[in-house]
Design a protein around this ligand. Structure first.
Ligand SMILES: Cc1cc2nc3c(=O)[nH]c(=O)nc-3n(C[C@H](O)[C@H](O)[C@H](O)COP(=O)(O)O)c2cc1C
Length: 185
């Protein structure tokens, strides 16, 4: 319990942060990566639609080489050092149509990535999700069909001691400010 009677945040959540400094000597093993995808696999989704897919690249493999070419200038400064990069894809449409596969596809993908993030913390790995890359470049490079939406990437690895210098200070709105109605509205 925290002093004010509010239960303490679980250490896996309390200890999580998104570094921009990754130890380039540290490798994410295929077994760890399977465990991370397994965590995503067990995330809840609307109607159990599981509208997600993950394009996995381990540093040093060909997929990684192809992926880092499409990083934005900002993420190229730190993301290639991470042991793994994962492209997060949402199943947005039924193939060959403009019908939504699930109206919750993006919501569910985010939830699956959140599960992966907590599992990473349990494996003493750190994660930074990011959007600073060329969507078009990744779509073209890997021949992603229209009904899948390349949404974000996740860099996974062991943070350097400093955690990097590019992340801004971690600030959060207060708990009361999160409660409806939002203040000032
Ligand atoms: C969908 C999404 C997109 C993000 N895009 C970027 C990005 O392009 N570049 C970056 O450095 N960080 C990016 N981040 C990381 C956030 O900036 C970071 O999670 C936020 O500042 C909170 O910090 P914390 O995760 O350490 O609590 C992104 C995070 C999410 C969830």
């Amino acid at each position: 319990m925290a002093n004010d009677g509010v239960p303490a945040l679980h250490p896996l959540l309390r200890g999580r942060s998104s570094p921009t400094g990754f130890d380039r000597r540290h490798a994410v093993t295929p077994e760890e990566m399977t465990s991370l995808i397994e965590a995503a696999r067990w995330a809840p989704s609307a109607g159990n639609s599981q509208p997600w897919s993950f394009l996995v690249a381990l540093r040093g493999d060909t997929t990684h080489e192809r992926l880092v070419r499409h990083l934005a200038r900002s993420s190229a400064r730190w993301a290639p050092d991470a042991g793994a990069l994962v492209v997060n894809l949402a199943h947005r449409y039924v193939a060959g149509t403009d019908w939504e596969y699930s109206e919750f596809a993006l919501y569910d993908l985010g939830q699956a990535v959140a599960h992966l993030t907590v599992q990473a913390a349990a494996l003493d790995l750190q994660v930074r999700q990011f959007r600073a890359f060329s969507l078009e470049g990744v779509v073209e490079e890997f021949g992603i069909p229209d009904h899948w939406q390349v949404t974000s990437m996740t860099a996974i690895g062991r943070a350097t001691a400093s955690g990097g210098t590019e992340a801004p200070a971690r600030e959060r709105r207060s708990v009361t400010d999160l409660l409806w109605p939002p203040s000032g509205e």
